[in-house]
Design a protein around this ligand. Structure first.
Ligand SMILES: NC(=O)C1=CN([C@@H]2O[C@H](COP(=O)(O)OP(=O)(O)OC[C@H]3O[C@@H](n4cnc5c(N)ncnc54)[C@H](OP(=O)(O)O)[C@@H]3O)[C@@H](O)[C@H]2O)C=CC1
Ligand SMILES: CC(C)(CO)C(=O)C(=O)O
Length: 306
């Protein structure tokens, strides 16, 4: 297949490398246009890949059979809208990111949209992307016209297993959102690794009560116990991780809070539910972002809200 990967960061580079390895024709798409992008990946098995791929080629884009979007949630809608006119109308767009809400922002896009969530872990270490742990990528339709695209899961599975197709991704997406609503802002508040959150069980419990209520009103078959047990299991299985939000705050980057807790709060408001503990954490993270944004502008540096 001819595949363009939009966003060549941690996830983007492991996908570029894996798809190329399977014989697919791939190009990267960078924010600042360049004819080449370099992929430097250390695999889970320690094997390294150093390769250059074509980048930002509009002719390649016009012939692409898949646009794989591996951007942060807040980068997605503007970047996809900028490319949609160059992309064939039938070319599926797969959005792979944490958080929810980007589909609502892409309502006018003509191409079939798919969404995905992943438990793979990859991080940047200097100029290299380290694929820290294998995981599962769950994908499913984001618009009705992508419901018949389940064969994509098999193609992607051969490149970077596991990939599972879901006719209805909402359940998996909400579970992942619940995990991110608890772990990400709490690790910012306590400035700790995921595993250290087990010392804050009562706070986790209050957050899970609120989240379970919103999920139930959104039509999800769940309960407080089920959300709590799932969140605790992920805390244990990712105990050594520093969450992506904590890393973003440490690096003074914009976080994905608007698409994680922000999305939960928007759905809670629509359902008439109050979520005081989630709201407090949302405000806490927003305040931290605003403070360093103000500091950057104060010392004459450009803001990070590009
Ligand atoms: N890394 C991981 O292990 C996991 C990540 N995720 C989720 O996947 C998503 C992607 O994460 P990750 O790969 O880590 O993020 P990265 O920040 O590493 O990658 C995003 C890349 O997109 C680039 N970019 C930004 N804006 C544009 C644009 N307009 N056009 C083209 N490229 C652009 C960035 O470049 P620049 O820096 O120059 O702006 C950056 O290289 C996030 O939602 C994350 O939460 C989920 C599970 C695991
Ligand atoms: C699951 C978790 C919390 C793992 O760290 C994650 O997705 C993140 O850090 O964004």
């Amino acid at each position: 297949m001819k595949i363009t990967v939009l966003g060549c960061g941690a996830l983007g580079q492991i996908w570029l490398s894996a798809l190329d390895d399977q014989g697919h024709e791939v190009q990267g798409w960078l924010r600042v246009p360049q004819p080449w992008c370099s992929v430097n990946v250390v695999g889970v098995d320690g094997e390294t890949v150093n390769k250059m791929f074509i980048a930002n080629d509009p002719l390649f884009l016009a012939e692409s059979e898949l646009l794989l979007v591996t951007l942060k949630a807040w980068q997605v809608s503007e970047a996809v809208k900028n490319l949609q006119a160059l992309l064939p109308e039938h070319c599926p767009i797969l959005l792979l990111h944490n958080g929810m809400g980007t589909l609502d922002e892409l309502k006018g896009v003509k191409q079939p949209l798919l969404q995905g969530i992943t438990t793979h872990a990859a991080k940047r270490d200097g100029t290299v992307i380290v694929h820290v742990a294998n995981g599962i990528t769950h994908i499913g339709p984001g618009t009705p016209d992508s419901a018949a695209l389940s064969s994509l899961a098999e193609t992607l599975h051969h490149a970077l297993p596991d990939v599972a197709w879901h006719d209805h991704l909402a359940s998996a997406s909400w579970q992942k959102l619940a995990v991110n609503c608890v772990i990400n802002p709490l690790t910012v508040e306590h400035d700790c690794r995921n595993g250290d959150l087990l010392e804050h069980r009562s706070q986790i419990s209050v957050l899970c009560e609120e989240i379970a209520l919103v999920m139930e009103r959104e039509g999800q078959h769940t309960s407080f116990d089920s959300v709590m047990n799932y969140v605790l299991a992920v805390i244990e299985s990712t105990a050594e991780n520093s969450s992506s939000m904590r890393q973003d705050i440490h690096a003074q980057r914009r976080t994905e809070i608007e698409y994680i807790t922000g999305y939960l709060l928007r759905r809670a408001r629509a359902q008439g539910i109050v979520t005081p503990e989630n709201s407090r954490l949302y405000e806490l993270v927003k305040r931290k972002e605003q403070n360093y944004e103000r500091e950057r502008i104060g010392v004459g540096l450009p803001g990070t809200w590009h």
